[in-house]
Ligand binder design. Structure first.
Ligand code: PRX
Length: 630
C-alpha cells in the first residue's frame, strides 16, 4: 500500500489501480520471496505446464552457470499456444496487428497455433532440427512472431536480427550463429517507403556463406531477386500439403536453448545472449502478470520492435504465456500523422501501452492537440523502457496520455536479464525518473569501485546479487567471455554495466551505461561496431565513437576519424562516411556528427580514451590523464 512518508515528488497509486491489482502489498511479496526464493519461483512455475516436473528449482553448484528448474521438461510454445488453444481461450484474440497502410489482421489462440504448426511443418520439411539455429530478419509483420514460435516449437533456436540493421550487422550475426536457414521478407514499410530487406539479405548471405535456404514472406509485392535452388516463398510452401495438420511439439529440457539475441557489448563483436525454455518462460510470465497487472480482458501493446529483447519478452512470449491479447503495429509512431498511435489506442481499445522514452519525447514535440483529439479512456496502465526517462517526459506521458489516472511502470532490465528487474507495480507510489525498486526475489546493490555499497544518493556501479530465472545462461560459444564480462569485477555478483544511485527511500535511479555502449533512441550500439564500420571505409585509418546527449534520442553518436595517409578531406567525405555506416550497420547507427582529426587520445597501450573525447565535447574536465600517451 502507498507509504505516505516518501520524500521528493511522489505520485501515489489511484484507488482503482490498487483495487484491481494482483499485488496489493509488494513489501509482503518481497519478504516472502526473500524468505524462500526457490519456493517463490516454484509457485509461479506451477501455474504453467510441464511435461515433467523439475527436480530442483535452482542449481548454483556451477555458478555463474546457474541452472533453473533442473530436470523439468516443457516447451515455452506449448504454454504460449496449446495451453490456451485447448481451453475456453481458444477463440480469444492472441495477436492483433495493424499495418502501416492501415490493414488489419488478427489471430485467435486457435488460429495462431494452427499457423505456427503449419510453419513448423514447413521448417521440418526443410530439414531444420532441434538445436539448429535459424536467423530471422523481417519487418514487423505477424509472420515474425509466427516464425519465432514455429522455430521454438520444433526445438530449434531462433536468432532474430532487428530489421533496421543492414548488411554487415546481419552477415556477422548469421555467420557467428552458423545458421543454415534465413527467414526474411521481400521488403518492409517504413514511413511510406520500402526498406529492401531481401536485397540486404542477399548481400549478407553472400558475405556470411553459411545459408542454404532463404524463406521469403511477401509483404510489399515489389519485384525482388529469387535465387533458384536457394530462395523459397513462404506462401507457396504454406500452401503445400506438407504444411497441413498439427505439429507434435518437441519436449524440451528446461535448460535447452530457446533463442539467442545479439547485443552490443564493451569490446569487439556483438555477443549472442542465450536464453532457455524453462527459466525464461517463468520469468517473463511472472513479471508481465504482476507489473502490467494482466487481466483476462486486457489488450496489451508493447510498441517495441520484436527484433529486440523487449519485443521477444513482452510482445511475443510474456503476453502469450499470460493468455493476453498482444497488439503489434508495423510502422512509425508519427506516420502519416503524429496521431497514429492515439488513433490505434482508440480504435482497438488498448488498455496498456509500453514504450520507450525516446518515442514519448518524439511525440511530445507535436503537442497535446494530437492525443487530445482521441478517446484514450481505455488506457489503464503505461510503461517505459530502454533508457532513463526524464521527469518532463514522464509527467507529460502521465498527464496527457494517462490523464493522470494511469500509473507508469518504468521498467529497468537488459537483453541479458530477459525480464524486468527494477520495476514498480501498479500499487506503489512512483517518482518520475525512478524505476522504484527491484522485483521481488531480485537483490541488487550499488557499489563503489572497491566493491563497497555506496551511501544514499551517491553514484556507483549497479550489480545484481541473486540469480533470477530468466537470466542469460551464457554467451553463445563464448563461456569465458560470459564469466569475464559479467561476473569478474565483483566476485559472485552480476555486473550490469550501468551506473545508478539509490535515494533515502531505497528507490533506484539508473543514470546510464558506464561502458562503451551507447543508447541511441533506446537501441543499444557498441562503440566498437560503429568504429569498425567507419574504418571499413577506404579513406579511414582510425575512428572513435562516443554518445552525447540528444533531446529526443537520449544520446546521439559523434565520431572522430583519422584519414589514411595520402587521403584528402573532400567536401563530401563526412556525408559519405555517414552513409557508409548506415549501409553497413543500419540507419540507427548513422553518426549525427563526424569530425576529421589529426590524432586521437590514447593510453600508452594504444586504447582510445573515449572519456577524454566526451569530456572535451561537453566542455568538462577530462579527469585523470596520467595514462594518456600524448
Ligand atoms: O542502460 C540500461 C538501459 O538499457 C540497457 C539495456 O539495453 P538492452 O539490452 O538493449 O535492453 C533494453 C530493453 C530491456 C540497460 O543496461 N535501460 C533499460 N531500461 C531502462 C534503462 N535505463 C534506465 N531506465 C530504464 N527503465
Amino acid at each position: 500500500m502507498a507509504d505516505k512518508t516518501l520524500s521528493g515528488e511522489v505520485f501515489y497509486p489511484t484507488e482503482d489501480a490498487i483495487r484491481q491489482a494482483h499485488v496489493k502489498d509488494w513489501d509482503k511479496m518481497r519478504e516472502e520471496a526473500e524468505r524462500d526464493l526457490e519456493g517463490f519461483w516454484a509457485k509461479e512455475a506451477n501455474e504453467l505446464h510441464w511435461f515433467q516436473h523439475w527436480d530442483k528449482v535452482l542449481d548454483d553448484s556451477k555458478k555463474p552457470f546457474f541452472q533453473w528448474f533442473v530436470g523439468g521438461k516443457t516447451n515455452i510454445v506449448y504454454n504460449c499456444l496449446d495451453r490456451h488453444a485447448e481451453t475456453a481461450r481458444r477463440n480469444k484474440l492472441a495477436l492483433l496487428w495493424e499495418g502501416e497502410k492501415g490493414e488489419f489482421r488478427s489471430f485467435s489462440y486457435f488460429a495462431l497455433r494452427r499457423e505456427v504448426c503449419r510453419f513448423a511443418n514447413v521448417l521440418k520439411s526443410l530439414g531444420v532440427k532441434k538445436g539448429d539455429r535459424v536467423t530471422i530478419y523481417m519487418g514487423r509483420v505477424p509472420e515474425l512472431p509466427i516464425a519465432m514460435l514455429a522455430t521454438a516449437r520444433i526445438g530449434a533456436v531462433h536468432s532474430v536480427v532487428y530489421g533496421g540493421f543492414t548488411v554487415e550487422a546481419l552477415a556477422e550475426r548469421i555467420e557467428d550463429s552458423q545458421s543454415k536457414l534465413l527467414i526474411t521478407c521481400d521488403g518492409a514499410y517504413q514511413r511510406g517507403k520500402i526498406v529492401p530487406l531481401k536485397q540486404i539479405a542477399d548481400e549478407a548471405v553472400q558475405r556470411a556463406g553459411t545459408i542454404e535456404s532463404v524463406l521469403v514472406v511477401k509483404r510489399t509485392g515489389e519485384p525482388i531477386n529469387m535465387e533458384q535452388g536457394r530462395d523459397l516463398w513462404y506462401h507457396e510452401l504454406m500452401a503445400l500439403p506438407i504444411a497441413n495438420g498439427g505439429c507434435q511439439i518437441e519436449v524440451m529440457d528446461a535448460e535447452d536453448p530457446l533463442y539467442m539475441l545479439y547485443t552490443s557489448g564493451t569490446t569487439g563483436k556483438p555477443k549472442a545472449i542465450l536464453h532457455t525454455h524453462g527459466g525464461y518462460m517463468v520469468g517473463t510470465y511472472t513479471t508481465l502478470k504482476y507489473v502490467f497487472d494482466i487481466h483476462e480482458e486486457d489488450r496489451f501493446w508493447c510498441a517495441a520492435d520484436p527484433g529486440w529483447v523487449t519485443g521477444h519478452s513482452y510482445i511475443v512470449y510474456g503476453p502469450l504465456l499470460n493468455g493476453a491479447t498482444s497488439f503489434m503495429y508495423e510502422g512509425a509512431p508519427t506516420y502519416p500523422y503524429p496521431n497514429r498511435w492515439w488513433q490505434m489506442i482508440e480504435k482497438y481499445g488498448i488498455n496498456i501501452l509500453y514504450t520507450a522514452p525516446t518515442a514519448i519525447r518524439g511525440l511530445m514535440r507535436f503537442g497535446e492537440a494530437w492525443p487530445n483529439r482521441h478517446d484514450l479512456s481505455s488506457l489503464r496502465l503505461l510503461g517505459s523502457v530502454g533508457e532513463p526517462i526524464n521527469p518532463e517526459a514522464w509527467k507529460w506521458y502521465h498527464r496527457v496520455i494517462g490523464k493522470g489516472r494511469c500509473p507508469i511502470m518504468d521498467t529497468w532490465w537488459q537483453t541479458e536479464t530477459g525480464m524486468f528487474m527494477i520495476t514498480p507495480m501498479p500499487c506503489v507510489p512512483l517518482k518520475p525518473g525512478s524505476g522504484t525498486r527491484p522485483f521481488p526475489g531480485v537483490k541488487m546493490d550499488i557499489l563503489s569501485e572497491d566493491g563497497k555499497p555506496v551511501k544514499p544518493n551517491e553514484e556507483g556501479f549497479l550489480v545484481i546479487k541473486t540469480p533470477w530465472p530468466a537470466m542469460l545462461r551464457t554467451l553463445y560459444k563464448d563461456p569465458e567471455r560470459y564469466v569475464q564480462q559479467y561476473w569478474s569485477k565483483y566476485p559472485g555478483m552480476y555486473m550490469t554495466g550501468d551506473s545508478a544511485r539509490r535515494d533515502e527511500d531505497g528507490y533506484y535511479w539508473v543514470i546510464g551505461r558506464v561502458d562503451d555502449v551507447i543508447k541511441v533512441s533506446g537501441y543499444r550500439l557498441g562503440t566498437a561496431e560503429i568504429e569498425s564500420a567507419l574504418v571499413s571505409h577506404h579513406a579511414i585509418a582510425e575512428a572513435a565513437a562516443i554518445g552525447l546527449p540528444h533531446e529526443v534520442k537520449g544520446n546521439a553518436i559523434h565520431a572522430y576519424v583519422m584519414l589514411k595517409a595520402g587521403q584528402q578531406k573532400t567536401d563530401t567525405l563526412v556525408e559519405d562516411l555517414r552513409q557508409h555506416v548506415s549501409k553497413e550497420l543500419g540507419p540507427i547507427a548513422k553518426p549525427e556528427h563526424i569530425e576529421i582529426v589529426d590524432s586521437l587520445p590514447k593510453t600508452r597501450s594504444g586504447k582510445i580514451m573515449r572519456r577524454v573525447l566526451k569530456a572535451r565535447a561537453l566542455g568538462q574536465d577530462p579527469g585523470n590523464l596520467t595514462t594518456l600517451e600524448e
